[in-house]
Write a protein that binds this ligand. Structure first.
Ligand SMILES: Nc1ncnc2c1ncn2[C@@H]1O[C@H](COP(=O)(O)OP(=O)(O)OP(=O)(O)O)[C@@H](O)[C@H]1O
Length: 292
């Protein structure tokens, strides 16, 4: 089942708060997700996984609301209706190592209520083919490489053709070719469904995402396009022949010139900012504000 237009709102979260004991992992998060791939960026511990778990209905927040496809995703029959339309790739999928790839995905398909055996097996073959695992479907998971296991987990998330896909760092551990294949697949999937992708790979966000949300310390710092995020560092990236103490980041590039992000000295030759520069600038400004 897919969304029908770019303006459809798949998920609307409002004022979501979640605490683990004394740690406030989400501190009033509001966002809306439509068709296309939305990237979720943020430093370690920002609350990305927790937010994905809330949207995937794996955990209930302490406060706030989440509406998915118009259903209340936090309680009542709406929660089940939402579960039937989402696919979730968690950070640690918890494979049973002696299952084959086919058996694992088939097991997930059973949990997803695909009861007819022949239709279910056809669906398992479809998703394994989508992620390019056709030829190893009878191999045990313990014998697969980390990248292949990641693809098995993605295939499991794709069972039943969900209209909302929630992917937690799906390209971790993949080689460049595999990462490219995943990007192609995510771009295709995002054409007619909502894909929420948590990642530390800023290049994935730049090349794939229609929108990017930056979380820090459980709060949304930024929502906009990847180009807007890069634009936050406009006028703040420059080059010189030597290291500059006090810059936010400063390193010698392969060509021998230094590249800096921060407050440039007057007249410094400026460079075009990347999304990484924008992200660094945003998080640094937020940290400085929080310390004031
Ligand atoms: N089960 C838990 N019990 C206690 N604290 C937790 C638990 N899960 C997460 N936290 C804390 O909640 C905060 C947010 O964690 P979360 O895993 O959501 O961040 P993240 O942005 O996904 O981090 P990373 O990029 O490192 O995966 C952190 O301070 C983390 O230590």
């Amino acid at each position: 089942m897919t969304l029908t237009s770019a303006t459809d709102v798949a998920v609307r979260a409002d004022g979501v708060v979640l605490r683990y004991g004394r740690t406030t992992a989400l501190d009033g998060v509001s966002l809306s997700l439509g068709t296309g791939v939305t990237g979720l960026l943020g430093p370690n511990g920002a609350g990305k996984t927790t937010l994905l778990r809330v949207i995937a209905t794996a955990v209930r927040p302490d406060a706030g609301s989440v509406s998915t496809f118009g259903h209340d995703a936090l309680r009542g029959p709406g929660r089940l209706a939402v579960r039937r339309r989402l696919g979730y790739l968690p950070q640690d999928p918890g494979f049973h190592p002696s299952f084959t790839a086919f058996e694992f995905v088939d097991y997930v398909a059973i949990l997803k209520e695909l009861t007819s055996r022949s239709a279910r097996h056809a669906e398992v073959r479809r998703v394994l083919a989508l992620v390019g695992l056709d030829s190893v479907r009878t191999k045990r998971i313990r014998a697969l490489s980390g990248g292949m296991r990641q693809r098995v987990a993605l295939a499991a998330a794709l069972v039943g053709d969900p209209a909302l896909l929630i992917l937690d760092e799906p390209t971790v551990g993949l080689d460049p070719e595999q990462r490219m294949r995943f990007r192609e697949l995510f771009a295709d999937l995002g054409e007619d469904r909502a894909v929420l992708l948590s990642t530390h790979q800023t290049e994935d966000v730049m090349s794939l995402c229609r929108e990017v949300v930056v979380l820090d310390q459980g709060r949304v710092l930024f929502t906009g396009t990847p180009t807007d995020l890069a634009g936050l560092a406009a006028g703040r990236v420059w080059t010189s022949d030597s290291r500059v103490p006090g810059a936010l980041a400063s390193w010698r590039t392969g060509s021998g010139a230094y590249r800096h992000v921060g407050d440039p000295p007057p007249g410094a030759p400026l460079l075009d900012p990347t999304i990484e520069d924008g992200y660094l600038t945003l998080v640094d400004l937020h940290t400085a504000e929080a310390q004031r």
